[in-house]
Ligand binder design. Structure first.
Ligand SMILES: Cc1cc2nc3c(=O)[nH]c(=O)nc-3n(C[C@H](O)[C@H](O)[C@H](O)COP(=O)(O)O)c2cc1C
Length: 114
């Protein structure tokens, strides 16, 4: 099993922590693998819409792939309902070191939530 420093351990340390922010369409597994080769300490997934992620296995497989070297990893979700966010977080918990709720994305697909 690969061992690595967890995000809080990194952030509490004395060294500069390099974080790759979430970018829709870009921060998928191949991109994360690349930035980790350039010393990125923590990588985010792109924003994932939690409602469809929970409802469709197809959406889940298309939105989220990972592997054992893809840590530490923060998975970012968009959600308008707390339960959607919590359910999505539960699904990724074995593969992630944290979840992030995107509260400020101006994209239409995010702002149309009720
Ligand atoms: C193409 C693109 C996609 C982005 N997608 C997301 C996203 O999915 N979630 C998010 O919180 N921020 C997103 N952002 C914002 C970035 O995460 C980041 O906060 C922003 O680029 C500012 O970072 P910088 O000061 O290092 O440039 C995106 C930015 C870009 C350029």
């Amino acid at each position: 099993m690969t061992t690595y420093k967890r995000p809080l351990e990194l952030l509490e340390g004395d060294s500069l922590v390099k974080i790759c922010a979430p970018m829709v369409r870009y921060s998928k597994l191949p991109f994360r693998t690349l930035v980790r080769k350039y010393d990125c300490d923590i990588a985010f997934t792109p924003m994932i819409v939690s409602e469809s992620f929970n409802q469709s296995i197809k959406a889940r497989h298309s939105d989220f792939t990972t592997n054992s070297g893809d840590r530490p990893l923060i998975v970012q979700f968009a959600a308008s309902q707390a339960k959607d966010f919590a359910d999505a977080a539960e699904i990724v918990v074995p593969y992630a070191d944290g979840v992030d709720l995107n509260c400020g994305c101006p994209q239409k697909c995010v702002t149309i939530f009720n």
